[in-house]
Design a protein. Structure first.
Length: 124
């Protein structure tokens, strides 16, 4: 692949990571609005666990999708670094492996932290 194709693929992978955050964000917005109005205080245990289950599954699927895109992005960066003559943009993208690895850590870490806060908000 040439540099232009690799950069287009890089942008597609970045978009995939961003798009994978939309559904969990909507789920979390709904949970936190309900928690903010104290709707879980009188909810049955079954309802609370159902909400936590839906939240967990949505988050896990998003994390898997984002993590897969990061891994594919790492391979893409390796291919881009092998391209002979690169533009300034190509050089910058090829050197961003550390940031990509950091984003993988942030995706998993923040996912766990947000789920812990969700459990707290739902179960009180």
């Amino acid at each position: 692949m040439n540099e232009k194709d690799l950069i287009e693929l890089w942008n597609a992978k970045r978009s995939q990571i961003i798009m994978a955050q939309i559904a969990p964000s909507f789920v979390l917005i709904a949970v936190f609005v309900l928690a903010g109005f104290d709707k879980f205080a009188m909810a049955s245990d079954g309802t609370k666990y159902f909400v936590l289950g839906v939240t967990a599954v949505t988050g896990i699927l998003a994390i898997i999708s984002q993590y897969a895109a990061v891994r594919e992005g790492e391979a893409l960066l390796e291919d881009l670094s092998k391209v002979g003559s690169k533009s300034a943009l190509g050089k910058k993208i090829a050197s961003s492996r550390g940031l990509l690895s950091l984003s993988a850590i942030a995706i998993v870490g923040s996912g766990l932290a947000v789920f812990a806060l969700t459990v707290w908000a739902v179960l009180g």
